[in-house]
Design a protein around this ligand. Structure first.
Ligand code: FAD
Length: 308
């Protein structure tokens, strides 16, 4: 119930105004977000790389409402990638992009224009020696995002995409994406979805995750296991061994500020661990989805609100 309310609040402009006006310490948001500027992001990336971790950087923003804003998002990504390339860390740092931030929902030709902008971001990534993963948004965006990923991969074969185990369709999508060169980030899914499209219970979502993971590990692509769930992390390790996969043929991914000890433990055990580093002023939707995921995060937030 709390989760549904918070996910609804993540989409509500009134709730957004209330949270932005709240006298919360920056520290609360800073626990999950690297900062508001590109330099904040680069600093966080440097610190993670020094600790032996990999990163994927997300410039926060979604549901862009005008073309100029979508162009600005593209330009921010290309500038960020140039910065990462100059710093020589393209080998360890990639970027994550939401098509809605690039204007996919704009009328009349948002999808086509967003794809053009995504192409520019992919070209900048290639020049910096790295690549792009397309984040996945709610179920209404799945077909368009998979189609965009397929189009981009024709020119930029390392482009990755996200699949969500909460969706009933995802096992079938995994079967389509087990080919050589494919890069799939498997997540549980962060959006409120209708029951015809998504499993409702945690158990069902977790079992779907394991089925999808098995397909990806037994396939020929590069699985990106994005979860903080200790049970699923253990199962991923077991499935990788059973499939005869060397440690460099898959990776674990976690969000910035979450289970940092586990990130370090896995890296020390020789696993590739990539941390998803969000930055930017438009942190509200991302922040609310993190609160929805974990009651402990909500308590932390409410205590900080109480203390001003
Ligand atoms: P949960 O069911 O949230 O948690 C399972 C268990 O993990 C908990 O019981 C606990 O033991 C442990 N755990 C979780 N959080 C914590 C914590 N803060 N501290 C300690 N233990 C904890 N979603 C999308 O819809 N689209 C995307 O493109 C997308 N990209 C993502 C990229 C990355 C790298 C990651 C990690 C997640 C992404 N997500 C995305 C979010 C994802 O869908 C889930 O909402 C999020 O990861 C929480 O699910 P979980 O697998 O960690 O498991």
């Amino acid at each position: 119930m709390t989760r549904q309310l918070l996910l609804a609040a993540a989409r509500s402009s009134a709730a957004r105004r209330a949270v932005l006006a709240a006298p919360m310490g920056r520290a609360v948001v800073r626990r999950f977000i690297a900062g508001e500027t590109r330099e904040d992001a680069v600093r966080a990336v440097d610190q993670l790389i020094v600790r032996g971790l990999h990163v994927t950087v997300d410039h926060l923003g979604e549901d862009t409402t005008d073309p100029a804003r979508a162009d600005a998002v593209r330009d921010e990504y290309t500038a960020l990638l140039a910065r990462l390339g100059t710093a020589g860390i393209g080998g360890r740092a990639e970027v994550s992009v939401k098509l809605s931030a690039l204007g996919s929902a704009l009328r009349p030709d948002g999808h086509r224009r967003a794809l053009e902008r995504a192409r520019a971001v992919c070209a900048a990534a290639e020049a910096a020696g790295t690549t792009v993963t397309l984040d996945m948004e709610d179920h209404t965006a799945t077909d368009d995002t998979l189609a965009a990923a397929a189009e981009l991969r024709a020119d930029f074969p390392r482009v990755g995409v996200v699949l969500q185990s909460c969706l009933r369709r995802t096992e079938a999508d995994c079967r389509e994406l087990v080919h050589t060169g494919s890069r799939v980030r498997l997540v549980k899914g962060a959006y409120a979805e209708p029951s015809w499209a998504a499993f409702r219970s945690r158990g069902e979502v977790d079992r779907s995750y394991v089925r999808c993971l098995r397909l990806l590990m037994e396939g020929n692509g590069y699985p990106m296991v994005a979860t903080h769930d200790p049970r699923l992390i253990e199962i991923a390790g077991t499935l990788a061994v059973r499939a005869g996969r060397p440690q460099d043929s898959y990776e674990f991914q976690m969000l910035y500020g979450i289970r940092e000890d586990e990130q370090r433990r896995l890296a020390a055990a020789g696993e590739t661990v990539r941390v998803y580093v969000p930055y930017g002023g438009d942190w509200y939707g991302y922040f609310m989805r993190r609160l929805a995921e974990r009651p402990a995060n909500l308590g932390f937030f409410l205590r900080a609100l109480g203390h001003g």
